[in-house]
Design a protein around this ligand. Structure first.
Ligand code: HEC
Ligand code: HEC
Ligand code: HEC
Length: 127
C-alpha cells in the first residue's frame, strides 16, 4: 500500500513550491503594485468606487458604448446616484485629461493598447 502521510507531505511541498512567486510577492507587498498614477481632477471620486474602476473600466466603457450607440441612452447613474453623460471623450477624459500620465502609463505597464483613439479624440495635453 502507499504511504498516504508521505503523499500528503509531498503534495504540500509541491503546492508551496508552485505558488511561491504568488505569496512571495504578497509578502513583499508587490502583488497589487500599479505604476504611479496622477489624478489631476479636483473631484474626489470616480464614477464608481476606485477598486471597481481599476478592475472593470473596460466593461463599463463597453456598456456605455452599447447603451449610447444601440439604445440612444446617454445618461448613466453612478455610485451614490450621481448622473453622468456616457462619453469617453467628454466625461472620462474631462476628469482624466492627463491621458499620458494616467491611462497610458497604466496601459503601458499592463501591455494593453486600446484602439479607441483611432476614432475618439484624445485630450490635448501640455508637454
Ligand atoms: C468626476 C471625475 C471623474 C470621471 C468623470 C471619471 N473619473 Fe476615473 N477617477 C476619478 C478620480 C478622482 C479617481 C481617483 C479616486 C481615488 O483617489 O480613489 C479616479 C480613478 C479611476 C481609475 C482607478 C485608478 C487607480 O488608482 O487604479 C480608473 C481606471 C479610472 N478612474 C478610469 C475612468 C474611466 C474609464 C472613466 C470614464 C468611464 C472615468 N474614470 C471617469 C475621477 C473621475
Ligand atoms: C490602474 C491601471 C489602469 C488605468 C489607470 C487605466 N487602465 Fe484601462 N486597462 C487597464 C488594464 C489592466 C486593461 C486590460 C484588462 C482589462 O480589459 O480589464 C485595460 C483595458 C482598457 C481598455 C480595453 C482595451 C482593449 O483593447 O480591450 C480600455 C478601452 C481602457 N482600458 C480605457 C482606459 C481609459 C480611457 C483610461 C483612462 C481614463 C484607463 N483605461 C486607465 C488598466 C488601466
Ligand atoms: C472605428 C472608430 C471607433 C473606434 C475604434 C472606437 N469608437 Fe467608440 N464610437 C465611435 C462612434 C462613431 C461613436 C458614436 C458617437 C456618438 O454617437 O456619440 C462611438 C461611441 C462611443 C461611446 C459613447 C459616446 C461617446 O461619446 O463616448 C463610447 C463610450 C465609446 N464609443 C467607447 C469606445 C471605446 C472604449 C473604444 C476603444 C476600445 C472605442 N469607442 C473605439 C467610433 C469608434
Amino acid at each position: 500500500m502507499y504511504d498516504s502521510g508521505k503523499i500528503i507531505t509531498g503534495l504540500i511541498i509541491f503546492l508551496v513550491l508552485i505558488t511561491f512567486p504568488t505569496w512571495y510577492n504578497l509578502v513583499q507587498g508587490k502583488a497589487s503594485y500599479v505604476p504611479e498614477l496622477k489624478i489631476v481632477t479636483k473631484e474626489k471620486e470616480c464614477i464608481e468606487p476606485t477598486p471597481y474602476m481599476r478592475a472593470n473600466h473596460t466593461e463599463l466603457l463597453t456598456l456605455w458604448r452599447e447603451s449610447v450607440v444601440r439604445e440612444g441612452d446617454r445618461v448613466y447613474v453612478g455610485a451614490g446616484g450621481k448622473k453622468y453623460i456616457m462619453s469617453l471623450q467628454n466625461t472620462c477624459m474631462n476628469c482624466h485629461s492627463n491621458k499620458t500620465e494616467f491611462c497610458d502609463r497604466c496601459h503601458n505597464y499592463s501591455a494593453v493598447t486600446p484602439n479607441c483613439w483611432d476614432c475618439h479624440i484624445a485630450p490635448k495635453e501640455k508637454t
